[in-house]
Design a protein around this ligand. Structure first.
Ligand SMILES: Cc1ncc(COP(=O)(O)O)c(C=O)c1O
Length: 389
């Protein structure tokens, strides 16, 4: 049990952080971009020389390649992951009066997409072990207003799609994937993105497939949806200056598409390295009292966007890591229904698993460029913390 404060041990010279060792980041993006310096610079030159910055060949190539990668027919690049989710909902006409089931434990953008179209997010608690939505709890939340379920593949682990598909089919609901954290993850052998009616990806820089700025994509086998999102992302226009509907502006620009074309080539290799890191953590940190490791559900092959442990007195471990020059993340400290943005609306909602997770989750450094010695330092620091409490 982790019960005692550990702060006093920092003051002893033996436990002082090692000033000489370099800080280990939660994700080493600089190393990632060092490894790809030449292809990224070539991508920039290609776009500069083409003088085509919006809706050109780089985008078309990336939309086609990424859709194929996901095993679906259509990809529509948009400005970011939140817009990808929002445009899926808008494209299917989900709006005021409708309810959309969302996991209670997720990044708030999942919920915001529902609110953005005027519909109501209906939170469902998650499985304490996998931290993904629990299909057994979904059915109780379905009403006659429910139109869709958004499955989030949180931390890179596919949500349990079988149970969700069965429910969606039974009640006539759409099943969407929020795959913002799970590029390349597989569920029963199939890549995420092709497991529901449509899927949203984010290419935020820290994602497994990240741009050098914002970016997102909708992928789907539904040609009509793809067509309507192509318009919605571009002022409602199918052809220039011919506006068929009320649209907005949410596009994936050529420069980001060009960077993503280069980074897509290394995605599987980099995901493989993340898997090795996860296996090393699993091995080194298992069976430690007071520490819960991430659990992979049946059929899921995660891509380890984050390696999230659960620990009592999480904030003390976070301080300890910080003082030892080790970055970490808290994904996420406040569940959406308790955040000021939503709490008035969700007063009285009991979502105990998600609330407990918000108080105990901590993401350890993870990424394709986390070196074995660096990872050993992280492991030693975590074990050192446990030994002191
Ligand atoms: C689960 C989840 N959904 C949606 C988003 C939104 O993506 P973006 O930041 O590109 O809008 C993110 C990432 O930030 C995310 O992690």
């Amino acid at each position: 049990m982790i019960t005692t404060a550990i702060t006093t041990s920092f003051s002893t010279p033996r436990e002082a952080p090692n000033e000489s060792s370099e800080r280990i980041e939660l994700l080493d993006l600089k190393a990632a971009h060092r490894a790809l310096r030449e292809p990224l610079e070539n991508a920039w030159r290609r776009v500069r020389d083409s003088a085509s910055f919006i809706d050109g060949d780089e985008l078309r190539r990336f939309e086609g390649d990424f859709a194929r990668y996901c095993g679906v027919r259509h990809g529509v690049g948009v400005g970011n992951g939140l817009d990808a989710l929002r445009l899926i909902l808008e494209g299917y006409g989900i709006g005021p009066g409708d309810e959309v089931i969302v996991p209670a434990h997720t990044f708030i953008a999942t919920w915001l997409s529902v609110t953005a179209v005027g519909a109501t997010p209906v939170p469902v608690d998650v499985d304490a072990r996998t931290m993904n939505i629990d299909p057994d709890r979904v059915e109780r939340s379905i009403t006659r207003r429910t139109r869709a379920i958004i499955a989030v593949h949180l931390y890179g682990q596919p949500a349990p799609m079988d149970g969700l598909r069965t429910l969606a089919d039974h009640y006539g609901l759409f099943l969407f994937e929020d795959a913002a954290q799970a590029h390349g993850a597989r569920w029963r052998g199939r890549r995420v993105g092709g497991l529901g009616d449509a899927a949203a990806f984010s290419f935020y820089p820290g994602k497994n497939l990240g741009a050098l700025g914002d970016g997102g994509m909708v992928v789907s086998n539904d040609a009509e949806l793809a067509e309507s999102i192509r318009k919605l992302r571009n002022y409602g226009a199918g052809e220039k200056y011919l506006h068929d509907c009320i649209g907005g502006n949410s596009r994936l620009d050529e420069l980001q598409a060009a960077f993503l074309n280069e980074k897509l080539r290394v995605l599987d290799g980099w995901n493989g390295r993340r898997r090795v890191c996860a296996a090393i953590y699993d091995e080194a940190l298992r069976d430690i009292p007071g520490l819960l490791l991430p659990v992979v559900g049946p059929g899921a092959l995660p891509v380890w966007h984050q390696y999230v442990i659960r620990v009592e007195r999480r904030d003390a471990l976070a301080d300890w890591l910080e003082q030892n020059g080790i970055g970490h993340g808290i994904h996420y400290p406040v569940p959406p229904h308790r955040s000021p943005a939503y709490r008035d609306h969700y007063r009285g909602f009991e979502l105990p698993v998600s609330e407990a997770l918000a108080a105990s989750v901590l993401s350890l450094p993870m990424g394709p460029h986390l070196g074995i010695e660096q990872q050993q330092r992280v492991i030693d620091a975590v074990l050192g913390y446990i030994a002191h409490v």
